[in-house]
Write a protein that binds this ligand. Structure first.
Ligand SMILES: Cc1cc2nc3c(=O)[nH]c(=O)nc-3n(C[C@H](O)[C@H](O)[C@H](O)COP(=O)(O)O)c2cc1C
Length: 190
């Protein structure tokens, strides 16, 4: 079993990284192989809307930091997608990554709107870190993000929202949210 994490924070040692790593630790201690990628480090360009990926075998034609990530997703049994909240939403880095996951879809017979999935029901845990203590504040934004991930073929198993995360070490000082992250990882492949 393989679980791959993607972190959409520019802080390499911030809260999102700590929480995603904790989900992965839970998965690892339940027997999974794990890996994590920091999207911010990978120089990933926005989707160029060429639609070349939109056939059953179609791949993204851009040769950048995203290129290796498609096979990581195809070969994973589950993924962990973590992002800080920036301006009520996922970070720009995470939005670009998700736009590039357009290549997980194809248009049946090239028909407009006839999207089909290249992955189906791949398990996913989402992780959000935010400064605001009220973890319900951005729920509509998280619902939208997970609607997109569902459309792309992921099955969301769990959502971790860490509130009150201002400094980069806040998550490390919040045992309850770290425990939730660990449990989500431990349950991910059961
Ligand atoms: C540009 C920017 C925008 C932010 N917008 C929000 C926001 O809308 N709501 C919120 O609660 N926190 C906001 N924050 C705070 C971060 O979400 C918070 O510090 C988070 O823990 C950062 O995660 P990280 O340590 O993984 O980078 C923002 C931070 C930055 C730098």
């Amino acid at each position: 079993m393989k679980v791959v994490g993607f972190v959409g924070s520019p802080r390499k040692k911030g809260n999102t990284t700590a929480l995603v790593n904790e989900v992965l630790r839970g998965a690892s201690e339940s027997g999974a192989q794990t890996k994590v990628f920091n999207i911010n480090e990978l120089s990933i360009r926005g989707c160029q809307a060429c639609y070349k990926c939109q056939t059953p075998e179609g791949k993204c034609v851009q040769a950048d930091g995203m290129a290796g990530l498609y096979d990581e997703i195809f070969s994973a049994d589950a993924v962990v997608i973590g992002t800080p909240v920036f301006m009520f939403q996922v970070t720009g880095q995470m939005k670009i990554f998700i736009d590039r996951l357009f290549a997980l879809l194809y248009l049946e017979d090239g028909q407009p709107g006839a999207f089909r999935n290249k992955i189906k029901g791949k398990r996913a845990v989402t992780v959000y870190a935010q400064a605001q203590p009220d973890t319900g504040l951005f729920a509509s934004s998280f619902d939208l993000n997970e609607g997109v991930l569902g459309f792309l073929g992921f099955k969301i198993q769990d959502r971790i929202v860490a509130g009150g995360m201002l400094g980069p070490d806040s998550a490390q000082g919040s045992p309850s949210v770290m425990e939730k992250a660990y449990s989500a990882g431990a349950a991910l492949l059961k």
